[in-house]
Design a protein around this ligand. Structure first.
Ligand SMILES: Cc1ncc(C[n+]2csc(CCOP(=O)(O)OP(=O)(O)O)c2C)c(N)n1
Length: 274
């Protein structure tokens, strides 16, 4: 199924609003990670608006879809999308990373807000997502489990243990979207620790695996539809993205992995995202 013009417009507008929220939140907190969520905004908005079945009305249904943000440090965009879905009050967003707020610098599991798992310690996410997918399969539920990951997280050995077992158990209801921006905390991924071709790696582990332009919402949608049509293999979508996408001075800069913009930079960024 392809996106309608209406859906396409809504996803584009949402992605831009998510980017603006990310800048506002990280600026207000004075710390956090703006680069990753700016780069992920297009594929995350496509997933949250057109695929992930998570709403206030099915929030407590055991068999609803699940989402795990494997690269937990990119949570500002995740929280903004949960607010977009009416699961987090919008005024809570500006308390991001503040003492007492449920919106900490890495996701903390919260059944009321629809946050399905605590992440931040890189490497665990795909194992947890696989466990949820296996449980759903054993229960005969139509649940789909989505997880994000990143090129940096793919350096963790546990990801590949999970990849082995997800294929072994035939978890066709599991999809991972890897934010592949070639940047990580210490610089350029290919120089720090090259994970090489992740599509080939996942395919070699027995997954249905595709490369997509992570900013092309039609391509992302098509990849998510193909994943949903799989009946035997888990799916990996390797989404090539630009860290900091949408804010010229943040794009492709590892320095913006985890630094808050100052007042002037936040104003400039919001003007570019207007
Ligand atoms: C187990 C573990 N080791 C180290 C870290 C510290 N850390 C936080 S983010 C990060 C880089 C992750 O790379 P990636 O997700 O590709 O970064 P981005 O694209 O968001 O810049 C690291 C090493 C961590 N969170 N967990």
């Amino acid at each position: 199924m392809t996106l309608t013009d209406e859906q396409r417009t809504e996803i584009r507008e949402t992605a831009n609003e998510v980017r603006r929220d990310v800048i506002r939140m990280v600026h207000a907190a004075g710390c956090g990670h703006p680069g990753g969520p700016l780069g992920m905004a297009d594929f995350m908005s496509t997933l949250f608006l057109a695929h992930l079945k998570l709403t206030r009305s099915n929030l407590h249904a055991a068999d609803r879809d699940r989402f795990i943000l494997g690269n937990g440090h990119t949570c500002a965009g995740y929280y903004a999308l949960l607010a977009q879905k009416g699961l987090i009050p919008r005024d809570e967003l500006l308390r991001f990373r503040k003492l007492g707020s449920p919106l900490q610098g890495h996701p903390h599991r919260n059944a009321e807000l629809g946050i399905d798992f605590s992440t931040g310690s890189l490497g665990n996410s795909l194992s947890v997502a696989s466990g949820m997918a296996l449980a759903a399969k054993l229960n005969g539920w139509s649940t789909r489990v989505y997880s994000t990951s990143s090129d940096g997280e793919s350096q963790e050995g546990q990801i590949w243990e999970a990849a082995t077992s997800a294929a072994h158990y035939g978890l066709a209801n599991l999809t991972v979207i890897v934010d592949f921006n070639n940047i990580q905390i210490d610089g350029v991924m290919r120089e720090v620790m090259n994970v090489r071709d992740l599509r080939e790696k996942y395919a070699a582990f027995g997954w249905h695996a595709v490369d997509v332009d992570g900013h092309d919402i039609d391509a992302v949608d098509a990849a998510l539809c193909a994943a949903a049509a799989e009946t035997e293999r888990p799916s990996a979508i390797i989404a090539e993205t630009v860290i900091g996408k949408g804010v010229s001075f943040m794009e492709n800069q590892s320095g913006w992995h985890g630094v808050a913009p100052n007042d002037e930079q936040a104003e400039l960024a919001l003007a570019e995202l207007a």
